[in-house]
Write a protein that binds this ligand. Structure first.
Ligand code: DC
Length: 219
């Protein structure tokens, strides 16, 4: 069985759903690395920090205490002891997390934390650069993607299900812009690792994807 499983891919590809289910099935720890950048972005917004001020963003990344805890099947995120699980999913935080995660110094603080969490083994991580930068030695790397329309539709439904306001066109545009920024930034851009398995989930159900991923992990 693989000890470290890395799932990368664009926004809304179903990475967290799949990573979380897989971790549960295998009794592995799930590490949501995007939540860490979201938490930094949330703190920056709370403090009215200009998102172009890289030094201030780096300071926040250095100072924040981010903790994750699994409770009743839900992955809870704590920022300096405060439960921000819901807040970090708000559209304004999603939009801010992308430029925040592009700051090299912010990543310099987050990546060691991610490696530290993964060092215990039996972990599933999802993100953008896990297989390429954070843990290039991962035992199993998957690049999960789907068409832009389908990813937008999934994210839109997810927001509605959580009772959050959403507009499909806005969600699509937001995802498109974030992906562009995440793929074209200088530091650790989103790209498929050479040894990652490419999995296009367009038209597939969660169960189908989970089955495919399980085959890869057990292979
Ligand atoms: O996966 P997500 O939507 O929660 O990620 C939020 C932002 O953080 C997204 O714009 C990409 C960025 N991110 C990153 O740069 N590296 C990671 N390992 C995970 C997320």
């Amino acid at each position: 069985m693989k000890n470290i499983i890395a799932i990368d891919g664009p926004a809304g590809a179903g990475k967290s759903t799949i990573a979380k289910s897989l971790a549960q099935e295998l009794a592995y720890l799930y590490i949501d690395t995007g939540a860490m950048y979201r938490a930094v972005a949330y703190q920056a917004l709370q403090n009215d920090v200009d998102l172009a001020d890289e030094a201030k963003l780096a300071q926040i990344a250095a100072d924040v205490q981010i903790d994750m805890r699994l409770q009743d099947g839900e992955n809870l995120i704590f920022l300096n002891g405060q439960n921000v699980t819901r807040e970090i999913r708000l559209p304004e935080v999603s939009a801010a997390a992308s430029p925040v995660s592009a700051v090299a110094q912010v990543r310099e603080y987050m990546v060691p934390k991610q490696r530290e969490l993964a060092a215990r083994g039996r972990v599933v991580l999802d993100g953008r650069d896990i297989g390429t930068v954070v843990l290039p030695q991962a035992d199993c790397k998957i690049y999960l993607t789907a068409s832009l329309d389908e990813r937008a539709e999934r994210r839109y439904k997810e927001l509605l299900a959580k009772g959050l306001p959403a507009d499909l066109n806005e969600v699509r545009q937001d995802i498109d812009e974030r992906d562009y920024r995440d793929m074209h930034r200088e530091t650790s851009p989103l790209r498929q690792a050479e040894d990652a398995v490419y999995l296009d989930t367009t038209g597939l159900s969660i169960e189908d994807v989970l089955l495919a991923v399980r085959h890869l992990v057990e292979a």
